[in-house]
Design a protein around this ligand. Structure first.
Ligand code: SAH
Length: 210
């Protein structure tokens, strides 16, 4: 149930659903999603669905993880990437082998601590995690070539736009009732915005919850 075979079946499903990047599919084939959910849910880890991770949050659906990763990396390699909403750490694990250094923030302390332990045990070395409110990004290590958020605000926070490097790409869900993935590309002081498909994410919430 947590075998390579079930994982390969998930990869085939993602391919059938339109994921084209072989690099992304390869990483998903190698990432043990069953270790990012509670043991009681491990048998469902390779279904293409979001699952609860506690604290009212969910591990993102594999298709959405694959799609956002593919879009983020579409224009070429990214040296520094910022993720908002570490959650279980699964999206972090998928991004890690595909980027230079990955910075990820989470506002709920127990999720942050558990993700840190998992990612350390699994030896993801280019990942830095922080407990904080992603509304403010992580200015110390910016500017970022890529920014990805796994929670939906009503509008893209201005600090995230300011932490995007020239030529950088930001992808995140935006909206409350109806959410859409939004891709923003920075060219100098110009931010061009493209609206992609509808998605469902947990809300982007302010503050840190201990
Ligand atoms: N990609 C993660 C998704 C987790 S759900 C996974 O697959 O596990 C989204 C996460 O974003 C939740 O853990 C939630 O606590 C976090 N989040 C929401 N608003 C945030 C904010 N303002 N700053 C940091 N994290 C936030």
């Amino acid at each position: 149930m947590t075998s390579q075979r079930t994982r390969n079946r998930l990869v085939q499903r993602l391919r059938d659903s339109g994921i084209r990047s072989q690099a992304v599919l390869d990483v998903i084939a190698q990432t043990p999603r069953h270790l990012f959910v509670d043991e009681a849910l491990a048998h469902r880890a390779y279904e293409d669905t979001a699952l609860p991770i506690g604290h009212g949050q969910t591990i993102s659906q594999p298709l959405t993880v694959a799609r956002m990763t593919e879009v983020l990396l579409e224009a070429g390699p990214l040296a520094r990437v910022l993720e908002i909403g570490t959650g279980s750490g699964y999206q972090t694990a998928v991004l890690s082998p595909l980027v230079g250094t990955l910075y990820s923030v989470e506002r709920i302390e127990p999720l942050h601590l558990k993700a840190r332990q998992r990612l350390q045990q699994l030896n993801y070395r280019n990942v830095r995690l922080k407990l904080s409110d992603g509304t403010w990004g992580w200015p110390e290590y910016g500017l970022y070539d890529g920014i990805l958020a796994a929670a939906a605000p009503d509008a893209v926070p201005d600090s995230l736009l300011q932490q995007l490097a020239d030529g950088g790409r930001l992808i995140m869900p935006v909206g409350s009732q109806e959410q859409k993935l939004v891709l923003i590309t920075r060219q100098g002081d110009n931010f061009s915005r493209k609206t992609l498909e509808s998605v469902r994410f947990v809300p982007f919430l302010p503050g840190v919850q201990r």
